[in-house]
Design a protein around this ligand. Structure first.
Ligand SMILES: Cc1ncc(COP(=O)(O)O)c(C=O)c1O
Length: 378
């Protein structure tokens, strides 16, 4: 499959991913953007916007709300009202605003771990105590520990989680979301649901579901965060949407952003509008391609006999247990073998590394050769 060949050289673009190892022979498989071009129709929409030479302040409008609402109805089976939408320039500002907006409701913020590393700094930013709830390995998948959650949710202002889950690649099943929602309703805990990876579902037996779509009572206790930026690969343009059905929560969220968090930019607007209007098969093809990459990575991990990795249901991130190589910092070992992974410790998973496999097949194959050479050297 040469869908995304030849690999593009990102070094002239001051790419965060490639800058980290500038001047070193280390292939970067860390930060979660794809070494693949955006969909052509996204680029076309941005180019078309540039035909107008004024790039002034831009507001969300009826057309972009309608595009998102139609997408949510079709993809999530969730009827979203326009007044629930708050457009923001990123999911990271979104979950930080959400935590500040709910801080008065309780003493702590519950976070299932390992978790996307900026989650782990949210409690401090919002003056809340962090209450981690480790995911448990059940067979070949990571699951929330509902008994543990039930014990720590009383007295919590909220629970911040991510679905599909970064870094373990889980796409939570309906019954898991129902159990979580029941706990939230029982303890009146706000759910902050980061669904930025919802377009990347690799396992055809899995389907992304939004916890808020389960039931209006759950929706009223949920701040859901979406963006088209991961699926279509325009993360650098910065655009996201918070969906907040409860008016009081929404007012608090909007009050927190004042003077700090701007609207989305004109180019982010154009790209996001094109993404939510997309009715092509581009994302389906992307997911097939990424699923093949995932199988190549998982096969190499299995052959290694020292590493292990659960199947990635969603996201393009492999969560590799490398404790047998180095229980503290396997990242340094892999860097010495020319591989730049995200350190598991940043996510609350010491001894693990996260492998972003969203790149051209030829780059991935070079990475896998290095992985195999690294493991042989142990
Ligand atoms: C779970 C999760 N949330 C949020 C983000 C980043 O969001 P944004 O760039 O919109 O702030 C990422 C990026 O890797 C992510 O994995």
């Amino acid at each position: 499959m040469d869908f995304f060949e030849p690999p593009l050289d990102r070094r002239p673009t001051s790419s965060s991913k490639w800058n980290r190892y500038a001047g070193r022979d280390v292939l970067p498989f860390w930060v979660a953007d794809m070494d693949l071009p955006c969909a052509p129709f996204i680029l076309e929409a941005v180019r078309e916007r540039l035909e107008h030479p004024i790039l002034g302040y831009t507001e969300p409008s009826e057309e972009i709300n309608a595009a998102f609402i139609d997408w949510a109805a079709e993809t999530l089976d969730w009827i979203v009202e326009p007044e629930w939408l708050v457009w923001i320039p990123g999911v990271v500002p979104g979950f930080n605003l959400a935590a500040r907006a709910i801080a008065a409701r309780g003493a702590r913020l519950v976070i299932p771990t390992p978790a996307y590393h900026p989650f782990l700094r949210v409690p401090e930013h919002a003056s809340l105590d962090a209450a981690d709830s480790p995911l448990v390995l059940a067979g070949d998948r990571w699951e929330m520990d509902f008994d543990h959650l039930a014990a720590i949710m009383p007295d919590a202002a909220g629970l911040l989680f991510c679905n599909p889950q970064n870094p373990t690649g889980r796409v939570y099943e309906k019954h898991e979301l129902e159990t979580l929602a029941a706990l939230a309703l029982e303890h009146d805990t706000v759910l902050i649901s980061d669904e930025i990876h919802c377009g990347i579902v690799l396992d055809p037996t899995c389907r992304h579901r939004s916890v808020a779509a389960l039931d209006p009572a759950v929706a009223n206790l949920t701040i859901s965060l979406f963006a088209a930026t991961k699926t279509y690969n325009f993360a650098g343009l910065n655009a996201a949407i918070a969906v907040i059905p409860d008016a009081t929560l929404r007012e608090r969220f909007s009050a927190e952003r004042k003077g700090l968090v701007s609207n989305i930019s004109p180019l982010a607007y154009a790209a996001t509008l094109a993404a939510y209007r997309d009715d092509s098969d581009w994302v389906d093809k992307l997911n097939v391609f990424l699923a093949q990459n995932e199988r190549l990575v998982r096969a190499a991990v299995e052959r290694s006999n020292v590493l292990s990795m659960t199947p990635v249901e969603g996201t393009y991130l492999g969560w590799i247990d490398a404790r047998a190589i180095d229980p503290d910092d396997p990242t340094a070992f892999f860097e010495a073998h020319g591989l730049g992974f995200s350190p598991g410790e940043d996510f609350g998973g010491r001894g693990f590394v996260r492998f972003n496999f969203a790149c051209s097949r030829s780059l991935l194959e070079r990475g896998i050769e290095r992985l195999e050479a690294a493991v042989r050297s142990v």
